[in-house]
Design a binder for this molecule. Structure first.
Ligand code: SF4
Ligand code: SF4
Length: 218
């Protein structure tokens, strides 16, 4: 599964480069719009498999760890949780202004690609994904409503927290009350990192309880 995921990510990354090189930014944004509808059924697959930023952030995080640059801290200016929404509105406004007034396309996707790499060199990927990415807020809303998702079958969970350590978006956490893991589908990219590492094999892609954290009993 891991290799298949990487292959899909690379294919979409190459498609992204191809489209951007040919000035077809709108086509990529159309893919993003379609992915929002798909998120209602399959969850945030755009973020886990299609997004060029996420694909580039994976080797960037590896490099950050190698160079011992990564910190657990969250920058103060991001802590309010509103910056991602601001990023989204400012990006849209800039694109419209450049197109309508200057008759130019600004390379907004490349700018965000650059920012995602810079941020991930210092901070955990979840910081960019959850607090800064302009594509995240809408994915979060649609992902929350997804019909299917990675789900923790709580009877099998032993509370080992291994899943927490591999989640790129901080979507899974073990509750202190009952020591059982729960997944926030609004944040989950359906990347399967957690299900691959779970020693109890208790995380599976299945029907989600709408709008709630995905904890079900068997
Ligand atoms: S890795 Fe599996 S068993 Fe361990 S806390 Fe996560 S869901 Fe529970
Ligand atoms: S909860 Fe699991 S599937 Fe969802 S993003 Fe985290 S590691 Fe990936």
């Amino acid at each position: 599964m891991k290799y298949l995921t990487r292959l899909i990510q690379i294919i979409f990354f190459l498609l992204f480069v191809f489209l951007i090189q040919r000035g077809k930014m709108l086509l990529w944004l159309a893919i993003y719009a379609i992915s929002l509808l798909l998120a209602l059924v399959f969850g945030r697959i755009y973020c886990g498999y299609i997004c060029p930023m996420n694909t580039l952030m994976i080797p960037t995080e590896w490099l950050s760890k190698k160079l011992n640059l990564q910190t657990d801290r969250t920058p103060k200016w991001l802590q309010s949780g509103k910056v991602a929404w601001i990023s989204m509105f400012v990006s849209i406004a800039l694109m419209l202004f450049a197109k309508r007034v200057l008759n130019k396309n600004i390379p907004i996707l490349l700018i965000w690609l650059f920012i995602s790499v810079i941020i991930t060199l210092r901070y955990k990927p979840s910081i960019f994904h959850n607090l800064l990415c302009p594509f995240g807020p809408l994915q979060k809303i649609f992902g929350k409503l997804s019909l299917f998702s990675e789900v923790v079958y709580t009877d099998g969970c032993i509370g080992c927290k291994k899943c927490e350590g591999v989640c790129p978006s901080n979507a899974i956490s073990v509750k202190s009350e009952d020591k059982k893991a729960v997944i926030d589908t609004g944040k989950c990219f359906q990347c399967t990192n957690c299900s691959q590492i779970c020693p109890s094999d208790t995380i599976h892609y299945s029907r989600n309880k709408k709008g709630k954290t995905s904890t079900v009993n068997i």
